[in-house]
Design a protein around this ligand. Structure first.
Ligand code: PEP
Ligand code: MN
Length: 282
């Protein structure tokens, strides 16, 4: 049984999702879930099925990882977002997750987009590292035309000639997406930066540019992380970033979304508006 997954994304608020890149163990996940919840995150992230560049890298714990996510969710009250890699996994992942993540590598996977479009679960759709904004919106349309308009868009950095960061955060995509759709837009500063020390500055830029929230990778011992170690924040880094964000959010009159108050009131996206906006944008 999943918990009530209602988390509000915008307008005029800011929601932070946090957790490890990958679920690695019960202890790692539970301690991280508690840390991000205490710091003010409103949703737990964690990959059970990992899309790794190399087949020799850790591929995730699979269904055991999903079980641990549900346990961490129950322990903290945080709903869970986790990635679905393949059409054949949709049913299984959907039976555990509160929000389904479509990763950058799968943004063009139209059968997968259609499959999650058939469900009632919200979808976190990440921009591919080589996709234009228009292509991201078209991918969202693939989900929406099947009837599922509870879509959150995510800018996570695009591939450019710049090599000082893993990707280049396309800050302009935030206001462009907000203008061209009525869908919530969040930013993943972890994959954009590829370096833990750059996550907070990019997060602050995302807030200032109008993003509705963030998804951030956090690990109890980043050096030991089995995936994305360099970009994973420690608990102390996450706490410090959350304090900075709260200050800027208050100055912008866009308070951080609390978990158990108004957060419960609204679904993840306003379906009618989202459908109209999405349909009108392509
Ligand atoms: C992730 O969120 O861990 C991930 C693999 O992200 P992306 O699909 O943006 O690379
Ligand atoms: Mn990752």
């Amino acid at each position: 049984m999943r918990i009530d997954a209602s988390v509000r994304f915008g307008p005029n608020t800011f929601a932070v999702l946090g957790g490890p890149c990958a679920v690695e163990s019960r202890e790692q996940l539970l301690v991280t879930a508690r840390a991000v919840a205490d710091a003010g995150a409103v949703m737990l992230r964690g990959g059970a099925y990992k899309p790794r560049t190399s087949p020799h890298s850790f591929q995730g714990l699979g269904e055991r990882g999903l079980e641990l996510l549900v346990e961490a969710s129950r322990a903290t009250g945080l709903p869970v977002v986790t990635e679905v890699l393949d059409v054949r996994q949709v049913e299984l992942v959907a039976s555990y997750a509160d929000v389904l993540q479509i990763g950058a590598r799968n943004m063009y996977n139209t059968p997968l987009l259609a499959a999650v479009g058939e469900l009632g679960l919200p979808v976190l759709l990440k921009r591919s590292f080589a996709a234009t904004v228009r292509e991201l919106i078209a991918a969202a349309e693939y989900i929406a035309v099947r009837g599922n308009t509870r879509i959150v868009l995510c800018e996570r950095g695009i591939r450019t000639f710049e090599s000082s960061t893993r990707n280049t955060l396309d800050v302009a995509a935030i206001p462009v997406l907000k203008r061209e759709t009525h869908l919530p837009v969040i930013v993943d500063p972890s994959h954009a930066a590829g370096r833990a020390d750059l996550v907070a500055p990019l997060a602050l830029a995302a807030l200032a540019a109008g993003a509705d929230g963030l998804i951030v990778e956090v690990h109890p011992n980043p050096a030991e992380a089995r995936s994305d170690a360099e970009q994973s924040q420690s608990f102390a880094q996450f706490d410090a970033m959350m304090l900075q964000l709260a200050t800027v959010a208050a100055a912008l009159h866009r308070p951080m979304v609390p978990l158990h108050e108004e957060a419960r009131v609204l679904p993840i996206a306003a379906p009618r508006r989202a459908r109209a906006a999405c349909a009108g944008s392509v």
